[in-house]
Design a protein around this ligand. Structure first.
Ligand code: FAD
Length: 304
């Protein structure tokens, strides 16, 4: 049996940006809430978070510390470190089980478990990820503005980067890491802009002063200010949504409506998990808030 102390009105699975945003709204709406969090936010490798209203250039861990601190006055909200492994629909709610066997019963669930970046197995890449290997110019482009950069990308991804980065950088070398799949028309544009393309497979990356030293398998070495790279595939942490029967797109994105409700009544989702792109902190904050608001609204209407 699940004890009363493990019974909540709302359980938020994932306690980083989207989850803590939902928790704040739920605390302010007096809802008995538990936040279950594995403690691995996506931007953990980055020294600073940028482009975030009033908190530009703040370490990600500090943003979450402030969020947790500001939840302290709300005594209906409990934060608990745990990884949820199973989720099941019950007669009047949902049951969640953690990897250590704890069980929680809740009327509504908000999933904010995010995504996982599957980095290419290039030696040195993982160690520089979020540091001098960056994926998003909106997040980190300003800090390396005007520097010469390398972009590890091919085909459409390279073409997309070329256009986007043109306002931040003029000296750009594209590393296709094998056969060039960039379109002919775009390659003409690259020539016009002075962008370079190197197709040699990449052997390794390492920090060099403030920049990055890149070794190619053909023996060439490059020095650059920073490297742009985006994993070809991110893994949407959607296994709980799947267990609950929520609709999931072929790419793995959990389907939500405008108020962040999934296709299963009583199950909400927010943050990176619910967007194919637009993976930004402000989107996670907004989604968490809307999910929290609408979980509260649903509970209120049920009791009315
Ligand atoms: C290197 C890097 C730098 C970035 N920098 C910026 C930036 O400067 N500005 C910006 O706007 N955006 C930035 N982003 C994007 C930003 O990190 C994401 O948009 C944001 O983290 C999404 O928040 P989230 O709450 O949806 O997911 P996450 O931050 O990934 O949090 C998900 C949480 O859920 C937990 N979890 C997962 N599964 C379970 C489970 N089964 N049980 C319990 N807990 C679970 C995880 O441990 C984690 O704590 C960056 C991303 C990366 C990769």
């Amino acid at each position: 049996m699940v004890s009363n102390s493990n019974t909540y009105e709302v359980a938020v699975v994932g306690g980083a940006t989207a989850g803590l945003s939902a928790a704040l709204t739920l605390g302010r709406t007096l809802r008995r809430t538990i936040v279950l969090d594995g403690g691995e936010p996506r931007n953990k490798p980055a020294a600073h978070a940028h482009n975030f209203f009033t908190r530009d250039n703040t370490p990600p861990s500090e943003l979450l510390r402030i969020a947790r601190e500001q939840l302290q006055p709300y005594d209906t909200v409990k934060l608990h470190q745990a990884i949820v492994t199973t989720a099941a629909k019950k007669d009047d709610g949902f049951e969640l089980t953690t990897e250590t066997g704890e069980r929680f019963f809740t009327k509504k669930v908000i999933l904010t478990t995010g995504v996982q970046d599957n980095l290419a197995p290039i030696p040195g890449l993982a160690g520089l990820w979020g540091d001098r290997v960056i994926h998003c110019p909106y997040c980190h482009g300003y800090e390396v503005r005007r520097l010469p950069v390398c972009v590890i990308a091919n085909g459409e991804a390279a073409e997309h980067y070329a256009i986007t980065l043109s306002n931040w950088h003029s000296d750009i070398t594209f590393l296709t890491n094998g056969e060039n799949r960039i379109g002919a028309e775009m390659l003409d544009k690259f020539k016009e802009k002075g962008y370079k393309v190197n197709t040699a497979p990449i052997a390794s990356l390492e920090r060099s002063g403030q920049g990055v030293a890149i070794k190619l398998e053909n023996g060439e070495s490059l020095e650059t200010g920073a490297v742009y790279y985006r994993p070809e595939k991110v893994l949407f942490r959607n296994s709980l949504a799947e267990q609950l029967g929520c609709e999931i797109s072929p790419d793995g994105v959990v389907t939500v409506n405008a108020v962040y409700e999934t296709t299963v009544p009583g199950v909400f989702a927010a943050g990176d998990l619910t967007h194919p792109g637009l993976h930004q902190l402000y989107m996670a904050v907004a989604g968490g808030h809307l999910a929290g608001t609408n979980a509260n609204r649903m509970l209120t209407m049920e009791a009315w």
